[in-house]
Design a binder for this molecule. Structure first.
Ligand SMILES: [Zn+2]
Length: 83
């Protein structure tokens, strides 16, 4: 079953679980997660980083090799580069 990443649509209405994003597993054809299971805030799926059974470190490695810079949101409108 693929793992999908979700994050809060509105950082103002988020809890520690969804503010930085969380991962949920459900079938490809299954219903998508619409709310944070912790606080019920609306969440959106982060499409650019499907784990699909690969480890996070492997994804990071592949992203680096491909020349992508990972950005991690650290606050409202602020992003941190991760290498
Ligand atoms: Zn939440």
């Amino acid at each position: 079953m693929p793992t999908y990443r979700y994050e809060a649509e509105d950082p103002e209405r988020s809890c520690p679980n969804c503010r930085g994003g969380f991962e949920a597993m459900h079938p490809i054809a299954g219903p998508r997660v619409e709310k944070c299971p912790e606080c019920g805030a609306p969440v959106r799926r982060v499409i650019c980083a499907p784990a699909l059974g690969r480890s996070k470190s492997d994804l990071d490695y592949r992203a680096r090799r491909a020349g992508f810079t990972k950005l991690r949101r650290i606050g409202k409108g602020e992003y941190e580069k991760q290498y």
